[in-house]
Design a binder for this molecule. Structure first.
Ligand SMILES: Nc1ncnc2c1ncn2[C@@H]1O[C@H](COP(=O)(O)OP(=O)(O)OP(=O)(O)O)[C@@H](O)[C@H]1O
Length: 346
């Protein structure tokens, strides 16, 4: 991995909530469980030894159940919370060493947030809400309006500029939240359960919109969710938290195909694998078998099965653009459709 591509480095991060946090650190480092620390010392282990490289231009999804530490982790990035131990580097700068002024500048210029509850100002119009971050920074109003209008159009809200938030549906309000983050022009977008309050269809279209925008924008996005389908759809890099610890992180297809432990196996067991696993993750690189039946490496296994018309003996030629990059055998597809289990009796 090229270090220059790292946007945020989180190294050895620990967070313990309570009056004796510092004193608890050696216990947390020696592996005392969260429940023991709570029972014996009345201190809450929020995060333990978190190490993540958040790469520029990627969507990093942090996923975990309620209480796993997602919000605690994201709040460290803009220093709404200080760690008990560890380092956070943003573009190589240690955020723990910033003074109040530098921190304010970091929050206003380098980061934008999209929240689940939209956080729109009710007495300001859509256009004013969208330009908020730039207005707070004291930027030229005419230019801000121009940029805000551009992004409102891009997220599908052209014509709604003069409406007020309560005149919009939830999905539209979330589009304003997204347009506002884009108008602020920060390199980093923090999206905290941003789509969790939306209806499934609207949620799905907002996910598509983010992926579509990301093709051009290549922002660094940190997306928090407790929904595995959403995580698998959006993530370039997926971090799975449990009880304040990372259980597994990596490229989502790799996690699906090689879950690190029974917790992750359980987590991924309900996924519709045919619709989520991609041909490129399952193919072999043998290019000697040439067949007329072609499939793109980004296609899902379901699409591959359709192309092979369900014939078990068929092989497909896997393409990246116009280049042949490998072969997909239906036997490999079948194996990938059955979740890997580390223990057969579980
Ligand atoms: N200010 C605090 N004081 C004490 N404990 C806290 C505090 N903030 C968080 N915690 C604890 O830290 C752990 C992680 O909480 P956190 O809110 O980060 O989880 P989460 O994954 O974001 O959950 P949710 O999805 O419900 O928001 C929990 O055990 C929580 O009770």
């Amino acid at each position: 991995m090229d270090k220059t591509d790292s946007h945020i480095s989180i190294r050895g991060l620990y967070k313990i909530f309570g009056t004796e946090a510092e004193a608890m650190l050696p216990l947390a480092k020696s592996g005392m469980s969260k429940s023991d620390m709570l029972a014996q010392h009345k201190q809450v282990l929020g995060l333990r030894n978190i190490n993540i490289e958040i790469m520029k231009g990627e969507i990093t999804v942090v996923m975990g159940l309620s209480g796993s530490g997602k919000s605690t982790l994201i709040r460290h990035l803009n220093r709404l919370i200080d760690p008990t131990d560890g380092e956070i580097l943003v573009n190589g700068n240690d955020v723990l060493k910033l003074d109040e002024n530098e921190l304010r500048t970091l929050r206003r210029t380098q980061m934008s947030m999209v929240f689940q509850k939209f956080a729109l100002l009710p007495h300001e119009t859509v256009l004013q809400n969208t330009g908020l971050a730039r207005n707070v920074r004291g930027e030229d109003i005419v230019e801000t309006d121009k940029v805000a209008r551009k992004w409102l159009k891009r997220v599908g809200l052209e014509g709604s500029e003069n409406l007020y938030p309560n005149q919009l549906s939830g999905g539209m309000q979330q589009r304003v939240g997204l347009a506002r983050a884009l108008t602020s022009d920060s390199e980093l977008m923090l999206m905290d359960e941003a789509y969790s309050a939306l209806d499934p269809l609207i949620r799905s279209s907002m996910q598509d919109l983010l992926l579509d925008l990301q093709k051009d924008l290549k922002k660094t996005v940190i997306f928090i969710t407790h929904d595995l389908d959403e995580a698998l759809k959006l993530a370039d890099h997926l971090v799975i938290l449990k009880d304040g610890e990372i259980v597994q992180q990596g490229e989502p297809q790799g996690i699906l195909l090689s879950p690190a432990d029974p917790y992750i196996e359980d987590f991924v067991s309900d996924i519709n694998r045919a619709r989520v696993i991609r041909v490129g993750s399952v193919m072999n690189e043998d290019r000697s078998t040439v067949t007329d039946l072609k499939i793109d490496e980004q296609a899902t296994l379901e699409q591959a099965i359709l192309v092979a018309q369900g014939q078990a003996e068929t092989s497909l030629t896997v393409m990246r653009g116009h280049t042949r990059i490998g072969t997909l055998k239906m036997s490999d597809v079948l194996r990938a459709l059955v979740p890997r289990r580390s223990s057969t009796n579980s």
